[in-house]
Design a protein around this ligand. Structure first.
Ligand code: GUN
Length: 303
């Protein structure tokens, strides 16, 4: 399919660039970039994501440390670990995989992360910088930053006159995505689960981003012909054709039918997923470069 956006390839290019930066940082400053990932509990999807993040971190030449804590971990133990990682000078990026088990207060944990090591860009200091239009001095949330790289490849840096619809208003994706599109001069509509006539609103979009966790919710009739469609959903659905317990991954967009209408569309898997991981590596090298007092070398692809 010609209009399929190759997130895998762009992610591989970013990872290659991070790897080069990491080896320069090691050679010229003796600094080995360190990423610590923390996972609590047994959620298989989260373990898959964390495994991929650790693998790519190693590919970048980082020291990658995974802290796997049992489901029953209490708040105090988790917070103690975060404080230790904050103080550990060999760690430049910290990521706590979400969602955390229900009994834990995710927000308190995220706000405890040193904002300079906040590889996910979720700390209020980083979120606040983005909210006031400072896209340079903090760290940006990985998934919308990755989506922005793909959008820029198609439309250029200036989205003046383009209509963007963001479906979903999470702190992880929708809110920061809307802000990034706004700073790129798009006309931005934020839609969400309480929006009425969502399909008509989506149909106004030159750029449509969707992160709602509803398998194949967006249909061809919701999409303006020629639109750029960014699908952030990763939903596992049953696939009896793959055997008794067969399953497959689908996005929040009905790919096959929407691909016939859209100008460009991200596949699931292989679209936004690899970009999120690549941007996590980009944030980590940026954080390490700041510690070393050297310019990060990724500003073109990540800003
Ligand atoms: N869970 C789903 N997406 C993400 C992400 O980008 N970062 C973290 N920490 N957890 C997630």
């Amino acid at each position: 399919m010609t209009n399929q956006i190759n997130g895998k390839q762009t992610a591989a290019d970013i990872v290659a660039s991070v790897k080069t930066s990491a080896s320069h940082l090691l050679a010229s400053n003796g600094l080995m970039t360190g990423l610590a990932v923390v996972i609590v509990g047994d959620d298989p999807a989260s373990h898959t994501y964390i495994g991929a993040k650790g693998r790519v971190a190693k590919e970048c030449g980082f020291q990658s440390i995974q802290h796997t804590l049992p489901e029953a971990t209490d708040q105090e133990t988790l917070e103690h670990l975060i404080r230790q990682l904050n103080e550990d000078t060999t760690v430049h990026g910290i990521l706590v995989q979400l969602p955390l088990p229900m009994h834990l207060d995710s927000d308190r944990v995220i706000q405890l992360i040193d904002p300079d090591k906040d590889a996910d860009g979720l700390h209020i200091l980083n979120a606040g910088k983005l909210a006031i239009g400072d896209l340079k001095s903090g760290l940006l949330p990985c998934t919308p930053a990755g989506a922005m790289v793909l959008i820029r490849q198609i439309h250029g840096a200036d989205l003046s006159g383009k209509t963007a619809v963001v479906v979903g208003r999470s702190n992880l994706f929708g809110k920061p995505m809307g802000q990034m599109l706004l700073y790129a001069n798009a006309i931005v509509t934020m839609a969400h689960s309480r929006t009425s006539d969502l399909s008509s609103i989506c149909a106004t979009a030159d750029i449509l981003t969707v992160a709602v966790g509803q398998p194949e919710m967006v249909r061809a009739t919701w999409v303006k012909p020629g639109a750029t469609v960014i699908d952030v959903g990763i939903n596992r659905v049953s696939a009896p054709e793959r055997g008794a317990n067969g399953s497959r991954l689908v996005g929040d967009v009905a790919f096959d039918e929407v691909a016939r209408v859209a100008g460009s569309i991200t596949p699931v898997p292989g679209g936004i997923g690899p970009m999120t991981i690549a941007m996590l590596m980009a944030n980590t090298i940026t954080a390490a470069c700041r510690v070393a007092g050297v310019e990060g070398q990724l500003s073109d692809s990540t800003s």
